[in-house]
Design a protein around this ligand. Structure first.
Ligand code: 3PG
Length: 216
């Protein structure tokens, strides 16, 4: 039996997860064998909430393996359609992230009970999601959508909207985002870049995770 979620409940659940941590690695993983050591390296560095993108063919298998690592909380990124949502539930993703929102995607997440952090980059998109009960949103692509300046301006008229900015966020600017009252956490690929994962550079990934864990 699937437990449906309203927009408000979806944001409550995803906020509970994301307020535990201030930086979420955005991961693109090609090989399933890399899933567990990657999760372990990130946890060792102090980060345990991950967004695994659907940009690689084996991403769902990777999510399944990462979810087995003790202490990890794995979300699925790049959600685009109902089928993605069904698969995300099947492999045990705890939350879903999308670069933008469509009615179909939002409804599928509500039907399948996957807490959605929907992607927005304009005031109208934010208002539409707020009207559906979603108060926690991904601000994407953050830097080219106005970054810290835009989020600060949005906090005036829409103080109830909270954000997870990604896209151009890095160790250089993360602190500025995290200082905003409407930013819960930031995300980015800098902590474990695809090349670092391909090279199985777990030591460097742990080091980057540790540096990131101290940003907030
Ligand atoms: C995302 O999917 O959220 C972004 O592609 C991550 O952006 P970054 O590569 O600029 O960190």
């Amino acid at each position: 039996m699937v437990a449906k979620l309203t927009g408000r409940q979806a944001s409550q659940v995803s906020l509970e997860i994301c307020t535990q941590i201030r930086v979420i690695p955005v991961l693109s993983v090609t090989e399933i064998e890399d899933a567990s050591p990657l999760a372990e390296a990130l946890i060792e560095g102090g980060l345990n909430v991950f967004e695994v993108t659907l940009r690689t063919p084996k991403a769902f298998g990777v999510i399944k393996e990462m979810s087995k690592v003790k202490g990890s909380i794995v979300g699925v990124g790049t959600l685009r359609c109902r089928q993605d949502v069904e698969m995300a539930i099947e492999v045990g993703a705890k939350f879903g992230v999308s670069p933008g929102v469509t009615d179909d995607l939002v409804l599928a997440c509500e039907e399948f009970g996957l807490p959605l952090i929907g992607g927005v980059s304009s005031v109208s998109e934010i208002m539409k999601m707020l009207s559906r009960g979603y108060t926690f949103l991904k601000f994407f692509p953050a830097e080219v959508s106005g970054g810290v300046t835009a989020l600060n301006a949005i906090s005036g008229p829409l103080p109830d909207a909270l954000f997870f900015p990604t896209g151009g966020v890095s160790v250089r600017n993360a602190k500025e985002y995290l200082a905003l009252k409407n930013v819960v956490c930031v995300g980015g690929s800098w902590i474990a870049k695809p090349k670092m994962i391909r090279e199985k550079n777990w030591i460097e990934i742990s080091r980057q995770a540790n540096l990131a864990s101290m940003l907030g």
